[in-house]
Design a protein around this ligand. Structure first.
Ligand SMILES: C=C(O[C@H]1C=CC=C(C(=O)O)[C@@H]1O)C(=O)O
Length: 320
């Protein structure tokens, strides 16, 4: 950016880089292309990966997190709530810090992820290594995915998935299908597969199709975000549960970010590539806030869900 002014997205027809919060009622930040310098560079992996030291698990917030999960499970069993994603913020004190070094280590450690470092003097410094695409649009063709269900990678990418994870992920696929049916055509739902994201495995179903001429990018984004992979089902009930019970502000965690309506040098087509802001952290002074969560359904076990967040925190803590 040429200056430290804060710009916001108005209707997603703008060009630039967007950084959107979890709460879709709040404004999304834009680095407008015409106010910024855009540099594109091919990445060559010649960096040395620093040997990762073991890190400690901070379980000071375990009791509270487990209590919210138990409340969520009870709510799911007794009300219309089907799934809700419960998350927490883990504070990590950092003694040594180098922005570029952390960014490079993330890039080379998480090769399949969308890795970013984002900074605005009025908002703060964020890093992430997200395994989840919210939306890719090139001309009228779009791609998205349903990503949910987690287990620790244990030397096999063909693990056995339990019905809890299969159902949790299926709910996301069904939601996406339903939300897109009016604004798209030629909807293709691929076979569900297992993908690896660092030390974790997830279930993923790729979804693609064509946008109807009458549909806008804003409509599509509002239809998808927040998906049940980061919020829950029904969306409004899950969002209310999160707002009432999570005792911190998610801000940009579980929001989305990426390139908005950028023109490729070799064609006249505009391309949008948005990713869900997962496996991320905010750094302020000498403290990193690492954000982690997981989908809760009727079959969840609170202790296992806690462990899942511990495993997810590893993505950022290892690099720190
Ligand atoms: C909310 C998070 O993950 C989502 C994405 C993949 C798998 C998830 C899960 O297994 O619960 C979550 O839906 C997070 O990593 O903080």
């Amino acid at each position: 950016m040429n200056d430290d002014e804060l710009h916001f997205v108005d209707n997603f027809t703008e060009s630039g880089f967007v950084f959107a919060p979890f709460d879709s009622a709040e404004k999304s930040i834009l680095f407008p292309l015409n106010r910024a310098l855009f540099i594109s560079e091919e990445l060559v992996n010649k960096e040395k990966i620093i040997e990762k030291k073991p890190f400690s698990v901070d379980d000071s917030s375990k009791k509270k997190h487990v209590q919210i999960i138990e409340k969520a499970i009870h709510e799911i069993k007794t009300t219309d709530l089907q799934k809700v994603v419960i998350s927490r913020e883990e504070l990590v004190k950092i003694s040594y810090f180098d922005v570029l070094e952390i960014y490079k280590q993330l890039l080379f450690t998480y090769k399949n992820a969308f890795v970013y470092v984002w900074f605005h003097p009025k908002v703060g410094l964020w890093f992430g290594a997200s395994p989840e695409t919210l939306l890719i649009i090139e001309d009228e063709a779009f791609k998205t995915m349903s990503l949910a269900g987690t287990q620790v990678y244990n030397n096999t990418e063909k693990p056995v998935w339990k019905s809890k994870e299969l159902e949790e992920q299926q709910l996301v696929t069904n939601f996406i299908k339903n939300q897109l049916k009016d604004s798209t055509t030629n909807l293709i739902i691929d076979k569900t597969e297992t993908i690896r994201a660092g030390n974790l495995l997830h279930l993923r179903t790729k979804v693609s199709g064509m946008l109807k001429e009458s549909s806008t990018l804003e409509q599509l984004i509002r239809a998808l975000h927040p998906t049940p992979a980061v919020c829950g089902l029904p969306r409004k009930i899950a969002k209310d549960f999160i707002d009432t019970n999570e005792s911190y502000n998610r801000s940009f965690y579980t929001g989305f970010l990426g390139e908005l309506n950028l023109q490729n040098a070799t064609s006249t087509l505009k391309k949008t590539q948005l990713f869900v802001n997962l496996r991320c952290m905010k750094v302020q002074d000498d403290v990193a806030s690492v954000f982690v969560g997981g989908g809760i359904t009727k079959d969840s076990n609170a202790e296992n869900e806690w462990e899942e967040t511990v495993s997810k925190a590893k993505t950022m803590k290892q690099v720190l």
